[in-house]
Design a protein around this ligand. Structure first.
Ligand code: FUB
Ligand code: ZN
Length: 631
């Protein structure tokens, strides 16, 4: 099995442009917004293990994981800003993490067990309830400990989590004394692989493989009264799973771990399952925004092409989970389908999940909004049809998404480069500088670009003589030009990458992608979008909001021959697009239904203002639509 190595975010300095701005918002606003909500809701104090029945803020069984993801995000922020002006503020964040680590040390069971809820609320039910997230919480604490050790060199948190992992190994692998064999919510598996890679302790890798190998072999009816076996991917042993099923976050964390195990054990069969599952998602179960898990019921995948826009669930964590899965696939298979999906997620469902000011969040990311549907009075006391929230919140009772968004954006540098002995791959176009070594040879790559606002990228490369640089040609790009040291490169892409020989110690590669807006259509199998198109410019999907374009937004159509006017708008952090469109003249419709008069049904011309989908719902409640009619 051929393998690649990812260049860590810690070696990538995002210096300016689109993602530097988003990381600044993340690292200076979001990190504090999440912490303050967690303080207010009692999640931070819960680590004191002081809650007693009757006290406010009763801990919930996934609170450990919410705070763990916040701790992990701090580690990435600190590791990215060390030695910079932000250091002082980040030292304060690091102190908060150290305080939490001290509380973990103080309250960890001598066995190594650590879980707030199953210590202060239901100690009698430790390892008894598969659906109660003990291993999920342990996994996120382990990930945070690894990130924190790598960022600060401090071992305490890591050692505490090694002790916890040893306890888990004893209970699940040696004694088999728990009431269940595999986790009800996958996460521990990928975390144990990270723990193995950080410590070199192979037992943790073997424990991860144990959980992967055991899944789907037990009788799932023992576990979930409320769901079928596919919900937690218990329906088959993983080596027989070829389609994405069930709860989307559980699924993508499982598939990520499957890819990790395939990588570490050179397991071609397991990797082939990952390839098939990824293509099932990419070709049949993914929104144009990169969102997945279309149903609120089970927060889950359903059937192929079931991608409703107004009731889309498309959880923020699920989009992140898909990006983590795709990233792992890139480390084994240099195919741009994975980095294309990552890009689709980065510029659309990931950013729609957080407000432009970084302080409020979506749990669900709808692709169409008709506010009146949410406020209509039904004759039934309980509104039977359910719709996603249409304004972001500062915190949720189950607040998994906000800290997940935080940790993902603060480590976005992980997604840019992979390499092997011969080739360095450029997967994402982000203004940045990186230095790393290949076989002891220092390599430096400086990316200068204002992508995605324009399609010009200059790569200044040092130390790659005799090696190749492979640059991704994005799925949305029809025309492009590549020059190496001012000489045009005409090689055709292989699996979405153009391979460029670097013949000198210092090489400049310049790329120009045609960023002309394009109208995309969905497969006829996605019937909800039949007859409609989505506007995209580069990686960014655009939408219309009624606040700019008037009500009855579904009635608007775009002129297929329209000229597009591109304007940078600093409020949105990228460009807006103006175009010509039409809508029917409402004054001609006195009746609810009337015969169409083709000879006289001239539509009203209208200028349309498209904004990035990720920016919707930042200016108050408004109708919103991606998929529009075309004339
Ligand atoms: O159960 C933990 C997290 O809460 C899941 O990953 C999300 O879907 C949310 O339900
Ligand atoms: Zn979530």
């Amino acid at each position: 099995m051929h393998k690649y190595i990812s260049v860590s975010y810690s070696k990538v300095n995002i210096t300016e442009g689109f993602w530097q701005r988003r990381q600044q918002i993340n690292n200076q606003k979001t990190v504090y917004a999440v912490y303050n909500r967690f303080l207010e809701t009692g999640r931070i104090d819960a680590f004191k293990f002081a809650w007693k029945p009757g006290d406010p803020n009763k801990p919930h069984f996934f609170w450990d994981s919410d705070v763990a993801k916040w701790m992990e995000g701090v580690a990435y922020i600190y590791n990215s800003t060390k030695g910079k002006e932000l250091m002082k503020k980040d030292e304060e964040l690091v102190r908060k993490v150290d305080e939490l680590v001290d509380l973990i040390e103080k309250n960890q069971d001598e066995s190594g067990y650590f879980n707030i809820y199953f210590t202060v609320v239901e100690p009698e039910n430790r390892w008894k309830i598969r659906t109660a997230h003990e291993l999920y919480c342990a996994g996120h604490l382990i990930e945070a400990a690894v990130a924190y050790y790598e960022a600060t060199g401090k071992r305490k948190f890591l050692d505490l989590m090694c002790k916890y992992a040893d306890h888990i190994e004893k209970v699940f692998k040696k004694e088999r004394s728990a009431n269940f064999i595999t986790p009800g919510h996958e996460e521990i598996e990928l975390a144990l692989v990270r723990l193995y890679r950080a410590t070199g302790e192979r037992r943790y890798l073997e424990l991860a493989k144990f959980f992967i190998d055991e899944r789907g072999k037990d009788d799932p009816s023992k576990y979930y009264e409320f769901a079928n076996a596919k919900y937690a991917q218990d329906h088959l042993p993983v080596r027989e799973q070829h389609t994405a099923e069930g709860h989307a976050v559980r699924a993508t964390y499982l598939y990520s771990a499957m890819a990790d195990i395939a990588y570490e054990y050179n397991d071609e069969q397991l990797f082939d399952c990952c390839r098939k599952i990824f293509r099932d998602i990419m070709n049949k179960k993914m929104y144009i925004t990169g969102g997945i898990g279309s149903s609120h019921n089970g927060e889950s995948f359903t059937i192929p092409y079931d991608l409703p826009n107004i009731t889309a669930y498309s959880e923020s964590c699920a989009g992140i989970g898909l990006a983590l899965f795709a990233w792992r696939m890139l480390n084994i298979d240099a195919d741009s389908c994975y980095s294309d999906v990552i890009e689709r997620i980065m510029y659309n469902v990931l950013l729609s999940s957080v407000s432009l000011d970084g302080e409020s969040f979506f749990y669900e990311n709808p692709l169409e909004v008709i506010p009146s549907l949410l406020t209509r009075d039904t004759s039934l006391k309980k509104q039977m049809s359910r719709f996603p929230a249409i304004q972001r919140s500062h915190v949720f009772s189950c607040s998994c998404c906000p800290p997940n968004i935080l940790r993902f954006i603060s480590s976005i540098g992980n997604l840019i480069y992979t390499y092997d002995d011969k080739t360095v791959f450029v997967h994402q176009y982000i203004a940045s500088e990186t230095k790393f070594t290949i076989k002891g040879k220092n390599v430096q790559i400086i990316q200068q670009t204002d992508y995605p606002n324009d399609g010009k990228i200059t790569l200044s490369i040092t130390g790659m003589e005799g090696r190749k640089l492979a640059v991704r040609i994005p799925y949305w790009c029809k025309n492009y030009k590549i020059e190496r040291d001012n000489v045009e490169i005409t090689e055709k892409p292989i699996k979405g990458y153009v391979y460029i020989d670097c013949n000198n110690e210092f090489t400049t590669v310049s790329i120009t992608f045609d960023m002309h807006p394009r109208l995309f259509e969905a497969s006829p199998n996605v019937q909800v979008n039949s007859g409609r198109v989505a506007l995209q410019r580069g990686p960014i999907v655009y939408c219309l909001e009624a606040i700019d374009n008037g009500k009855n937004i579904r009635d608007i159509s775009i002129d297929k021959n329209t000229n597009f006017t591109i304007k940078y708008d600093d409020y949105f952090g990228t460009c807006i697009i103006e175009a010509e469109g039409y809508r029917r003249d409402e004054s001609k419709y006195e009746m609810l239904y009337q015969p169409i008069d083709f000879a006289n049904n001239k539509k009203l011309k209208q200028k349309l203002k498209f904004i990035p989908y990720y920016a919707f719902a930042n200016r108050g409640i408004s109708e919103m639509i991606i998929w529009i009619l075309v004339e």
